[in-house]
Design a protein around this ligand. Structure first.
Ligand code: ADE
Length: 234
């Protein structure tokens, strides 16, 4: 069975979106993973196809209705294996990270619920024991872009999706630090010269230089990652 993602959304036309291009799009065409959508509005039973209502307790905006979203989630479950993890994209969720992408890539797939407006009635999130995931500390207009970001990071870790598995090894976050800087031809560009060690042919020296650069950049830019990295070394 290949990895199977089902997106539950009011905007299915936003998919595959960026997932249809580049590596993830090729892998999708090659059947290395599967993507489908459920249109939440199809599960609104009244004649106006109402999907949202005003929040209890007052306040701005509209809340997506529990009964409508619940029926859409049942439909999503019926599209694939019953053991797929269910995720609700929300700025209130657990911050997404590379380790989570690795975990998701080990599963049979995901059901991703995208909220709009002020979000989804909280009871439906609890009732389905959904994991709430955020892609960062900012608010987007809906969960569709976050779902694409989460899937992009996950799908590229599936077996046979990245052409060259070695390209993962030195990537940012894989070793707990940011990646070293890269250079290609020409050697002299606008009088900026490629660091000499990279032309030396001395693989040991090159590896050392890259490690030092990766550590320096992490220390300067991400003191939080640096402190965590130091802990893993002691
Ligand atoms: N929906 C709106 N903003 C979001 C965010 N930062 N992460 C996940 N889902 C969202």
């Amino acid at each position: 069975m290949t990895f199977h993602a089902t997106i539950v959304t009011l905007f299915p036309e936003m998919f595959p979106g960026s997932l249809g291009g580049s590596l993830t799009g090729k892998a999708l065409d090659d059947g290395k993973w599967q993507l489908d959508t459920v249109q939440i509005r199809n599960y609104a039973l009244d004649k106006h196809h109402t999907v949202d209502d005003t929040p209890y307790g007052g306040g701005a905006g509209m809340v997506m209705k529990a009964d409508v979203v619940d029926r859409a989630l049942v439909a999503a479950q019926e599209k694939g294996l019953p053991d797929r993890k269910m995720i609700y994209l929300s700025p209130r969720g657990r911050p997404f990270c590379q380790a989570m992408a690795h975990d998701y890539a080990q599963t049979s797939g995901l059901i991703l619920l995208c909220g709009r407006y002020e979000g989804v009635d909280h009871r439906v999130i609890e009732d389905w024991s959904m994991e709430e995931v955020s892609i960062g500390d900012y608010v987007l207009t809906g969960g569709e872009l976050p779902a694409q970001i989460l899937l992009d990071a996950t799908v590229r870790l599936l077996p046979d999706v990245l052409g060259n598995k070695n390209s993962l090894e030195n990537e940012s976050f894989e070793l707990g630090i940011l990646e070293y800087p890269q250079y290609t031809k020409p050697q002299n560009w606008k009088n900026k010269i490629v660091p000499g060690v990279l032309l030396s042919g001395d693989h040991q020296k090159i590896a050392e230089w890259r490690q030092e650069e990766a550590e320096r950049i992490t220390r300067e830019r991400r003191p939080d990652l640096w402190q965590a990295f130091l802990k893993t070394r002691t």
